[in-house]
Design a protein around this ligand. Structure first.
Ligand code: NAD
Ligand code: ZN
Ligand code: ZN
Length: 374
């Protein structure tokens, strides 16, 4: 298995090989991730341990690894909130899942279950939430611990490499399309057709809308077309605002591009009474939105954060029925740093999903350690 040029290996000597796992760890916001040996976690009350098979690379993991946001993760940590795998151990009090079940570890790793948001279908707004791969170690790892109550249940027959991106990119855009209020007569503009956007296009089509996809490269726009986009606009070559206004203006625009400029263009592409959904979370944390046009045109601006467990069930149900396609590229975890660079360079079509199956910890890693003289 190839080892990424900037990834290194660190050994944990006290534990037996079967007690060790491989994980990609952020130790410094300005340094590449490091592939390490870490102890396999043990489940506490209400917790499970999952043998990860597939782990998607969400752009949020890049923000986490770079410390891009106002609230930063505590170092060191393991990113990854699109993990799918098999339950290997269950802690006390766990009845929702059992050993052998396939589950997904989403961004919402834990919520209190009792606050006004948790009890009203808005668990994603719980102030006590803990986020997978941010507030607790995530799925860039052969094993990961999770709270049993908050994992997604992956239906039998669903490919784990599809289920992984659906656990964040899928549920987030499914919910964002709901938040946009998209209806069959609407024009929906999707700004950014990357990991999230390629699924947003499909959910907007499922809602019956006409879809215009905006991105910066022809490859991504060709994919959007294949996935059902009715129109595409290359914002590197033409003004998306003009192009969308020529179509009558968007009833809803979904901002998925990691660029405040794209948010502003999404705003300006709306027609009267339009809705702008904020989803992307660029490090540069502000946009300029004109007050006058917002008021006079009756514009709605709404923030949308992932989705609930129920939303994820619906996402999996749609996929099981063949209504969605996940575009993805499978890579070994050792490529993590190059993979991050490729996402930042915009050269990835769809999602990168790390393959963590059958990379037995002891043998290959020990061989690599010996080779590395450790
Ligand atoms: P991605 O890198 O896969 O996709 C972003 C896409 O935007 C790329 O295709 C890129 O080419 C395109 N793009 C960049 N600049 C553009 C511009 N000016 N105009 C048009 N397109 C442009 O990233 P992703 O994994 O899809 O995540 C997107 C963002 O959403 C990230 O900021 C991430 O943190 C955030 N996110 C938010 C939530 C949420 O719940 N709100 C959930 C997941 C991810
Ligand atoms: Zn995500
Ligand atoms: Zn709560």
């Amino acid at each position: 298995m190839p080892v990424g040029s900037t990834a290194t290996l660190i050994s944990t000597h006290q534990l037996a090989p079967e007690e060790l796992m491989k994980a990609a760890v952020v130790r410094d916001f300005r340094q590449p991730l490091v592939i390490e040996h870490r102890p396999v976690p043990t489940p506490g009350h209400g917790e499970i341990v999952v043998r990860i098979e597939a782990s998607g690379l969400c752009h949020t993991d890049i923000h986490a690894a770079h410390g891009d946001w106002p609230i930063k993760p505590t170092l060191p940590f393991v990113p990854g909130h699109e993990g799918v795998g098999i339950v290997t151990r269950v802690g006390g009090g766990v009845t929702r899942v059992k050993e052998g079940d396939r589950v997904a570890l989403p961004w919402l790793g834990y919520a209190c279950g009792t606050c006004e948001f948790c009890v009203s279908g808005w668990e994603t707004l719980c102030a006590k939430q803990v986020n997978t791969g941010y507030g607790m170690d995530g799925a860039y790892s052969e094993y990961a611990k999770a709270f049993a109550a908050y994992v997604g249940i992956v239906p039998a027959g669903l490919d784990p490499f599809d289920a992984a991106p659906l656990a964040c990119a899928g549920v987030t855009t499914y919910k964002a399309v709901k938040a946009s209020g998209a209806r069959s007569s609407d024009l929906v503009a999707v700004f950014g057709v990357g990991g999230l956007g390629h699924l947003a296009v499909q959910y907007a089509k499922i809602a019956g809308a006409t879809v215009v996809a905006v991105d910066l490269t022809e490859d991504k726009l060709a994919m959007a077309k294949q996935l059902g986009a009715d129109y595409t606009v290359n914002a590197a070559r033409e003004d998306p605002v003009q192009a969308i206004q020529k179509l009558g203006g968007a009833d809803a625009a979904i901002a998925l591009a990691v660029s405040p400029r794209a948010f502003e263009q999404a705003f300006a592409s709306l027609r009267r009474k339009g809705t702008l959904v904020f989803v992307a979370l660029p490090a540069d944390n502000s946009v300029r939105i004109p007050i006058f046009e917002t008021v006079l045109n009756g514009i709605t601006i709404v923030g949308s954060i992932v989705g609930t467990r129920k939303d994820l069930d619906e996402v999996y149900e749609l996929h099981a029925r063949g209504r969605t396609h996940v575009i993805r590229e499978t890579r070994p975890l050792e490529t993590v740093n190059q993979s991050i660079q490729d996402v930042l360079d915009g050269t990835v079509t769809g999602r990168i999903v790390f393959d963590l199956r059958d990379t037995a910890v002891a043998e290959p890693l020990e061989r690599q350690l010996t080779a590395a003289g450790a």
